[in-house]
Design a protein around this ligand. Structure first.
Ligand code: PRP
Length: 212
């Protein structure tokens, strides 16, 4: 039996058609059944439902041989013990810097002033601002980043943007794209060696199911 770690919500919803193209159909909808271990149409594969940020951890320690994780989540995890063989092209969005409308971000950066930045993506933000030579104090949050500048907690945020609707609704504007994001297939490095016979064909099936 192989185990695939998946998170509920957008990644799960977008993974369903991709899995279907690889002839894998989950036996239940985790949003409805609330089950955390779900069988699939392939008797050799089951799905475990975990939080998005926990997917790399399950795969790193081999509790799941495979997983689907956003590039954002992988950057924060660091990738220890993982192979990342396939960009699945789902969960597409971008990691951005955003500020309140009217805030002079470019001027602040030019003056070399310190910026307070709230984010869930501390590693990616640290690397981005260090590469630009911008001095920042990073404030780690776990959600609702958009509130931080409005409540006076930070000057700017680093967050995922998809439609831009959440930024607009909170009078924030995107001032910099840090990187495009999509979900990746991740595989436990040790399992890839010891269970190559089972994992190899499955990885190939999933890679073939990716839409350009
Ligand atoms: C993400 C992100 C933004 C929102 C952006 O949150 O943190 O809040 O989506 O999407 P939009 O540009 O289409 O409005 P998500 O809903 O994934 O929940 P999270 O806060 O738990 O990350």
């Amino acid at each position: 039996m192989l185990t695939l770690a998946l998170s509920k919500g957008r990644i799960f919803d977008e993974a369903i058609p991709l899995l279907a193209r690889a002839s894998i159909v989950p036996a239940e909808d985790p949003e409805r059944s609330r089950k955390l271990i779900i069988g699939t149409s392939d008797p050799r594969l089951r799905i475990v439902v975990v939080r998005a940020s926990d997917v790399p951890t399950y795969v790193q320690y081999g509790a799941a041989e495979l997983g689907v994780a956003g590039r954002d989540v992988l950057l924060e995890h660091g990738g220890a013990g993982l192979c990342v063989p396939v960009d699945l092209g789902i969960g597409r969005c971008r990691l951005c810097v955003a500020v309140p409308a009217g805030f002079d971000y470019a001027g602040t950066v030019r003056r070399g002033a310190r910026l307070r930045v709230a984010t869930k993506y501390v590693q990616a933000a640290r690397e981005h601002f260090a590469a630009k030579g911008v001095h920042v104090d990073l404030i780690k949050l776990y959600g609702s980043m958009e509130l931080a500048p409005l409540a006076g907690l930070a000057d700017a945020i680093v967050d995922l943007v998809s439609s831009g609707g959440t930024l607009r609704a909170n009078n924030l504007v995107e001032v910099e794209e840090i990187m495009p994001i999509s979900s990746r297939l991740i595989v436990n490095q040790a399992a890839l060696k010891t269970r190559r016979d089972e994992l190899g064909p499955l990885i190939e099936r999933l890679a073939a199911a990716v839409q350009p």
